[in-house]
Each structure stands twice: as C-alpha cells, then as structure tokens.
Design a protein. Structure first.
Length: 344
C-alpha cells in the first residue's frame, strides 16, 4: 500500500495543524482543502487575506475550516519580531528591531516563528521561493534535533511495486541541502533519515550507503568517504540507541535487487532489501530522485528536512498540488508521537 494513504489514516486519528507559508498559491489552496475534507486537522494559510479569498473564489475552493493569517496584521507580529531579534542577537550584529519586523512580514519567517512557538505542528514552504530563501528562516530559528549535527533533506519515492523498499516506499537522502558532505555529515544524514523512515513505516531501517562500487579494494577518495561514513553511522546509531541496519559501500543494484546482492556476495539484512538510500553527494541524490520520478512514473514527496527539531518540508517550485499534499501529510505524521502511533 502506498505510504500517503497510510499517513492520511493516522492524521485522521491524530489531527495536526499545518502552516503553509505561501497561502495564495493555487496548489496550496487545493492541498489545504484536501486536508480539511479528509479531516486531517487544521491548515493555516499565510498571506494577504483578500488575495487568498479572491484566489479561492476563482478556483471555487471553500475556505471553511481553513485559517487565514496576514502576518503584518496579526497580534503575534510584534511579539514574534521581538523574539526573533532576541534570538539573533550576537549572531547578526546588523539586525535591528525594525529589521526583525521586516523579516516577520515575510511569510516564511512568520510561519517558522509559528512552528517554533507551537502555534503550528508542522510547516510546508518553498512553493514560490528558491530553496535558499525558504530554508534560511528554518536554519536561523529552529534548533537541530537531539543528536543531530546537520540539517539535510530526504525525498520519499513511492512505487506501486510492493517488492521494493518498505511496501514500495524508498527514502532518498540527501537530495536538497548539503552539496558535498564529509564522512561525518554523511553518517549524520544516514541516522537522521533512518529515524524518520522508522517513524513513518514502523520498520527497522535498512540503510544502504551508496557508491559506484560494492565492497571494492580501491582506495579512491570517494569510496573511502563512504566506507568511513558507514562505520561512523554504525557507531553513532549504537551510541544513541537507534535500531538500524547499515551496509556500505554498495551500488544501487546490490542495495535493491536480491539477485545482484547475491552475485556480489553481499549478505546482510540490507542487501537487496534497502529502504533508505544514502547518496555520496547532493548531485547524485538529486539527479537520482528526479530520474526515478520521471522515468518510472513514481510519486516523489519532499524535500523533507532531516535533523531539524520540528517537522518541515521545503517543496519544489515545480510541485503539484498532489506533491504539496503528500509532503504535508509526511511532516504532519512526523508531529505525531511514536507512542500514539505504535504504543511505544
């Protein structure tokens, strides 16, 4: 069964508040309407209320059950500005209170402050912005998750084929944040991604540390990096008590195809059964997920931020309403505790 219907069911039992930074975008309006119609919680749209209402009217979208907030006219505007100025004090010596007010007029900053102050359970942004401008407020305001050293991202690829990954679901990382991760960063990405995969699937993550060779004798620097990252990830998962299976370095076929893994003499719980794919750099991860998405006709949901203390997604400007809704469902379920979901 694809992952999104499963997440919808969980959110219907444990509704959440999702804040959309770009409330006037037609795709956001459509995703928000679905959120209400499916009884998944309360969507919050940021922006000029009149413009949002006009856009909704043109699209024949009912705004009942959807909260609209214009940051500049919100009662939280001044408190958020003061809080942001205090937060950045010592880090940005040029930021004044007026500068903080200007930031709060930006819906991405205001949405992030709502997330930081528990006025929303999760955040979706990036529909009309470059990745850097959508990510900046999150990096500046939201602290890292416990034990995480870096913020990166993952993309969830969903196939109709049930034999791959977790019932047809694969987790690709990092596909959107760190261009050339070190071995330490790669290990950190592996653990953060595995934790999200475990939370969403309730399966022990099977992490493949990907490269262009499988258990090679080569001493090429790119292979050495992945080997070191594999050992670091194993050590770190043991140190923080995260149950995860990790194998590397390995090629994609050995990670996903049991026959290829057997031919290459890889025997581990990950071989041919990986559900988490960790790429050696941003280029390979980003190229891979876009190729798979287009050529295989799969669903792709992301970027879902990893290592961040609160659930957030930075979606592509090319995302469809379906993509937006899926990303929102993912971060919404991240906001549900494992105890509520699985009793543990």
């Amino acid at each position: 069964m694809p992952i999104i219907p499963q997440l919808i069911d969980r959110l219907q039992r444990h509704p959440k508040r999702v804040v959309f930074a770009e409330g006037n975008d037609p795709r956001i309006l459509q995703a928000a309407r679905q959120w209400v119609t499916r009884r998944m919680g309360a969507p919050i749209l940021l922006g000029d209320r009149a413009l949002i209402k006009n856009s909704a009217a043109r699209l024949d979208i009912n705004l009942e059950g959807i909260r609209l907030i214009d940051p500049a006219h919100s009662e939280d505007f001044e408190p958020f500005a003061a809080q942001f100025a205090a937060l950045r004090k010592g880090r940005d010596l040029t930021l004044t209170l007026d500068g903080a007010r200007a930031a709060m007029r930006d819906t991405s900053y205001f949405a992030t402050m709502m997330l930081a102050n528990s006025q929303a359970d999760c955040l979706v942004g990036g529909a009309t912005r470059t990745a850097s401008s959508a990510l900046r407020p999150l990096f500046q305001i939201i602290p890292k998750q416990e034990h995480a050293q870096n913020v990166a991202s993952l993309t969830i690829i969903d196939f109709d084929e049930q034999k791959i990954g977790s019932g047809g679901t694969l987790f690709f990382a990092d596909c959107g944040v760190i261009p050339d991760p070190t071995a330490e960063q790669l290990a950190d990405i592996a653990i953060s991604t595995a934790q999200i995969a475990r939370h969403l699937t309730n399966e022990t993550p099977r992490v493949a540390m990907l490269s262009w060779a499988t258990k090679s004798d080569s001493q090429h620097p790119t292979l050495l990096k992945v080997r070191e990252a594999t050992e670091l990830a194993r050590a770190r998962s043991a140190a923080i008590g995260v149950a995860v299976e990790i194998e590397g370095e390995m090629q994609a076929d050995a990670a996903l195809d049991p026959f290829a893994a057997q031919l290459k003499k890889i025997s581990s719980p990950v071989a041919g059964r990986a559900n988490v794919l960790i790429f050696p750099d941003l280029a390979s991860g980003n190229i891979a997920f876009k190729l798979v998405n287009i050529l295989a006709g799969s669903n792709a949901f992301g970027q879902i931020l990893t290592g961040l203390g609160r659930p957030a997604a930075e979606i592509s400007r090319g995302a469809t309403a379906h993509d937006v809704f899926g990303a929102a469902a993912i971060v919404g379920c991240q906001a549900i505790s494992s105890k509520l979901l699985y009793g543990k």
